[in-house]
Design a protein around this ligand. Sequence first.
Ligand SMILES: Nc1ncnc2c1ncn2[C@@H]1O[C@H](COP(=O)(O)OP(=O)(O)O)[C@@H](O)[C@H]1O
Ligand SMILES: [Mg+2]
Length: 324
Amino acid sequence: MIEVSNLVKKYNERTAVSGVSFSVKKGEILGFLGPNGAGKSTTMKILSAFIEASAGTVTVNGFNVASEPRKVKASIGYLPENPPVYTGMEVESYLRFAARIHGVEKTNVKKSVEAAMEKCGISDVRNRLIGNLSKGYRQRVGLAQAIAHNPPVLILDEPTVGLDPRQIIEIRNLIQSLGGEHTVILSTHILPEVQATCSRVVVIDKGKVVAEDTLDGIAARMQSNARLTITTAKDPKNLLPEIQKLDGVVSTSVGKTATEGEFVVYVECQKGSDIRSMISEKIVHANLSLLGLFQEKLSLEDAFVRLITVDENLDFKREDTQHV
Ligand SMILES: Nc1ncnc2c1ncn2[C@@H]1O[C@H](COP(=O)(O)OP(=O)(O)O)[C@@H](O)[C@H]1O
Ligand SMILES: [Mg+2]
């Protein structure tokens, strides 16, 4: 339903999106997860045919955003990062106006707007001025304008930013209920949002996709991995290749230590494999004087932090995040 291939966006000299590729299947709710400045909004504006790409190809609902922007716009509902607020308009009039702009036939406007208000739970505020609504209700109005013309694709840029916890839950439930019927891509910088609403996630950092998986997949792949912190009195450097070869070991790295004469090594292990006894034997056997062996589970939040720092310098970056 959405195909993004080698997308690049440069703002003058600054590269905001740097060769991004991913796809979204029909009926799927895809989370587009990344920290601030990662390039999420830029990507979504290009998907919505609001700004042009510097390079790459994007098709939405079978239409090319560069050559068929009008058809793309007719296929999507877009909730921008900062939705325009027509504070002086009443909810229903605004939604009718938006539906007309999105090409809904005059005779169908009433019915379409009615359905959208119903879905978004705003029928009872239809005569209120948008400017007098709470942020949560305004966001619902934003969602209602995105779905009123019943587009096959919804592009939602940080849909719950600025809402209170109760509103967040309501909006997430609403988005979830839109999946299946609509194909949804939603951006967010917080992992729980993805966990609550999406079936699959594309993680973006510094303009690049750094991970892509189902939510279960990422959790299974990462959550249960364990990290061993090993402290020795002698430099264990020469033992690392041997540890790396052990069944269940994902990676090894050298850590920093605050204590002189102590050495720290981190070993990341796959879930279900407990290699503590094997490692301690090897260390004792090599006469390295084992001072400590500590195992911790990597949580999904950790996993996310790792995902967005994955590169050839991974080991060094991870050292920095460790407090020994
Ligand atoms: N109109 C613009 N002009 C210049 N730089 C921009 C513009 N919009 C975004 N950027 C830059 O592009 C990068 C990605 O921004 P953005 O797509 O808004 O990220 P996100 O939505 O993930 O926070 C950032 O470094 C941002 O400063
Ligand atoms: Mg943004």
